[in-house]
Design a protein around this ligand. Structure first.
Ligand SMILES: Nc1nc2c(ncn2[C@@H]2O[C@H](COP(=O)(O)OP(=O)(O)OP(=O)(O)O)[C@@H](O)[C@H]2O)c(=O)[nH]1
Ligand SMILES: [Mg+2]
Length: 658
């Protein structure tokens, strides 16, 4: 009888849930009945508990390619053919490790610390080749910087390492020396024996001369034999009980492999040599063995991935050693080792416009109001822990939108603090039909293929986590935040206009940018110079509605005096105006200072736009400014690229003329 439900240790399922979802006794803390809200809260809790570990933007991975498969030693057998030709297949090539920069991944959390490609299969009888090793593909976000890490970096250290490796290879050198000596001695013996035999054939009795086989049996010292056996095991797969010295081709192959190995051209089974030498890799041919450095600013075509570490060479089967002298080679070569390299991956997002601001300034709200990206928004600091990207599209009829959002026609539309994705576009409803989704869209939402409007401009924006004091000294998650700012071509400060000191916010943001640029050894004022504008957010807090609300709240139950209301409205608007003017003056001062310091060109003044990201007020004016900025930056980048191309062409011509 099934008694699971009666077991004394059986507990209700809620006992097993994580603590955050335990039913609370306090009615105020009871879970909200709205499932969407509950889900959002659980997700935020989980993310906070994970402390950002679900977003990984720097990672050190050890990448190992697969070993090549050994060649097979076999002979063909069939009815009436007792001793067929050699029939061992070649081994399979070891799996390689490739790298792909893909727009569909946003961070490195899917990667482990080690990425390993599969080994190649061994060759088998009947000329069957071994299987290729399985390749491994590392997918990284576009904008990732890849650096090869060498434990030994200076020349002396490399020399030291080579010396160590040489020591490890000592036995191979020894074996080679023995082989050479042995071959020489054998040659001398052979010449002597041949001379004696020829003379005996001419002048005397040939039977007086002993057979060559008898002479050839000069014993080799045991330690020499050991070295040879070790070497052969490392390089060859041998047929059981094979007498390899009887194969002239074997000695030649052995000699070739050995000299190649000693001149470092082939890989060597790692089990034999601890400090293996580096294999030749694709980029080594051009860049005489400099550590690899890649900056993946563009997506890699999936059919042309970047080869990071090639797999080990396959071993050759015994038919490869078939010669006239040796009709049944009883050996095959082993596959080469794969390589093992350590890489450091660092994601530096590439957005055209990067938002920089203190925590709670409303950066995420702004991104949500301009694009279809939906970073979480909440009224506490550090809501955003990793960068979010969005695309803003401007249409020919002057509206703008992210790809999934409805055009912003109304200024009243509010953004809630829960996920902005309309339910009909959310993951739960992914199977809703298009007609069903359309029912939930405004009547004027453009249909696919609408001819009246076309896309005019599209640019990407990055919402970055808030900067705090001393972010540049890596306080908190400082550098992790600043890293993503590094590559945005234009930066925009987002400040909370309703805060007591918006100018102070700009002052501390500037300081952090300056310090970070200095630490990263960028050009003086590199990041500050990239600031193109200031968004004075939360301007709605100075609007009439807010003021009235405040007066009504102060009055409580009592009737509100209309004059007081009027006065409050006027005062609030005046406050807002004063703060904005102060901010603008401060920004003019900053601009002037930077132009004098030579970090800002006169063509790049800093604009200031007051908006309300939450209520989407004055957002179109901001979009126009951003569009102008983006166009200017693109034109500048194109100009720079052209100049660089011309300079390169000029240099080539100069070299040719020389
Ligand atoms: N009244 C008003 N509130 C706003 C506006 N923009 C943002 N907020 C509110 O400010 C709070 C913080 O907004 P976020 O967008 O999360 O701020 P953030 O800069 O992304 O903050 P971090 O992610 O912590 O750096 C939220 O409660 C928003 O609703 C605005 O224009 N007007
Ligand atoms: Mg945020």
């Amino acid at each position: 009888m099934l008694r699971t439900s009666l077991r004394p240790w059986h507990r209700p399922a809620c006992w097993l849930r994580p603590y955050s979802t335990l039913p609370s006794l306090d009615p105020a803390l009871a879970p909200t009945p709205d499932p969407a809200e509950r889900k959002a809260k659980a997700k935020a809790d989980w993310k906070r508990r994970a402390q950002g570990s679900n977003f990984v933007d720097t990672l050190r991975v050890t990448v190992a390619s697969g070993k090549g498969g050994s060649g097979g030693v076999a002979f063909h057998r069939e009815k009436f053919v007792r001793r067929g030709p050699p029939a061992g297949g070649n081994g399979g090539v070891g799996g390689s490790v490739y790298l792909v920069a893909s727009p569909s991944v946003s961070n490195l959390s899917h990667l482990g610390r080690t990425v390993r490609a599969g080994p190649g299969g061994a060759g088998r009888g009947s000329w069957l080749g071994g299987a290729r090793g399985e390749d491994a593909i590392i997918r990284v976000p576009v904008g990732t910087v890849v650096r090869e890490i060498r434990q030994k970096s200076t020349d002396e250290e490399v020399l030291e390492q080579e010396k160590e490796e040489r020591k490890e290879l000592e036995w191979a050198y020894e074996a080679n020396r023995i082989r050479m000596e042995e071959a020489q001695a054998r040659e001398i013996r052979w010449q002597k024996w041949k001379k004696r035999r020829d003379q005996a054939e001419k002048f005397g009795d040939p039977d007086d001369v002993e057979a060559w086989e008898e002479l050839d049996e000069e014993p080799i010292a045991q330690h020499k034999l050991d070295a040879l056996v070790k070497l052969r095991k490392a390089l060859f797969v041998m047929y059981p009980g094979a007498e390899l010295d009887g194969h002239p081709g074997f000695l030649r192959t052995e000699h070739q492999l050995l000299s190649k190995m000693l001149s470092r051209e082939i890989d060597m089974p790692a089990s034999r040599v601890k400090g293996r030498f580096r294999r030749n890799r694709a980029w080594d041919e051009e860049e005489d063995d400099a550590p690899l450095y890649l900056d993946l600013v563009k997506p890699t075509p999936i059919d042309d991935p970047i080869l990071l570490v090639p797999g080990g060479q396959p071993g050759l089967g015994n038919p490869s050693f078939l010669t006239h002298e040796d009709r049944s080679p009883k050996y095959a070569t082993r596959g080469g080792e794969g390589d093992r390299v350590i890489f450091e991956l660092e994601v530096k997002s590439i957005g055209e416009v990067g938002l920089v601001g203190l925590p709670n300034a409303g950066k995420s709200t702004l991104l949500r109001s301009l694009t279809s990206s939906a970073p979480r928004v909440a009224s506490y600091a550090f809501t955003t822990l990793n960068p979010h990207h969005g695309t803003c599209i401007i249409w020919s009829d002057g509206t703008f939108s992210g790809p999934r959002a409805a055009p912003h026609s109304s200024d009243e539309a509010e953004i809630s603090d829960t996920p902005s994705t309309p339910l009909y576009f959310s993951a739960e409803k992914q199977h809703a039909s298009r007609a069903e989704r359309r029912k939930h869209l405004p009547a004027d939402f453009p249909r696919r293929g609408d001819s009246e409007r076309s896309e005019v401009l599209r640019f990407t924006m990055t919402d970055n986590p808030g900067l705090v004091k001393d972010s540049s000294l890596n306080v908190g998650l400082g550098h992790a935040f600043l890293r993503h700012i590094e590559r945005c071509s234009a930066l925009v400060y987002v400040v909370d206009l309703s805060s007591p000191d918006p100018c102070g916010a700009i002052r501390s943001l500037r300081k952090e940018l300056r310090e970070y640029a200095r630490m990263k050894e960028m050009r003086e004022g590199e990041l500050e110079g990239r600031i193109r504008g200031v968004v004075a957010n939360k301007a709605d807090l100075f609007g009439p509605a807010e003021a009235e609300e405040q007066v009504e709240m102060d009055a409580g139950e009592a009737d509100v005096d209309p004059a007081a209301l009027e006065e409050a409205r006027r005062k609030s608007a005046e406050d807002g105006r004063r703060k904005l003017v102060e901010l603008m003056e401060y920004v003019r001062g900053v601009e002037k200072e930077e132009m004098e310091a030579g970090i800002r060109s006169p063509e790049d003044p800093i604009w200031v736009v007051p908006i309300s990201a939450k209520k989407r007020q004055n957002v179109p004016a901001l979009v126009n400014k951003l569009a102008e900025t983006v166009k200017k930056e693109r034109a500048r980048a194109a100009e720079q690229a052209k100049a660089a191309e011309e300079a390169e062409a000029g240099e080539e011509k100069y070299e040719e003329d020389d």
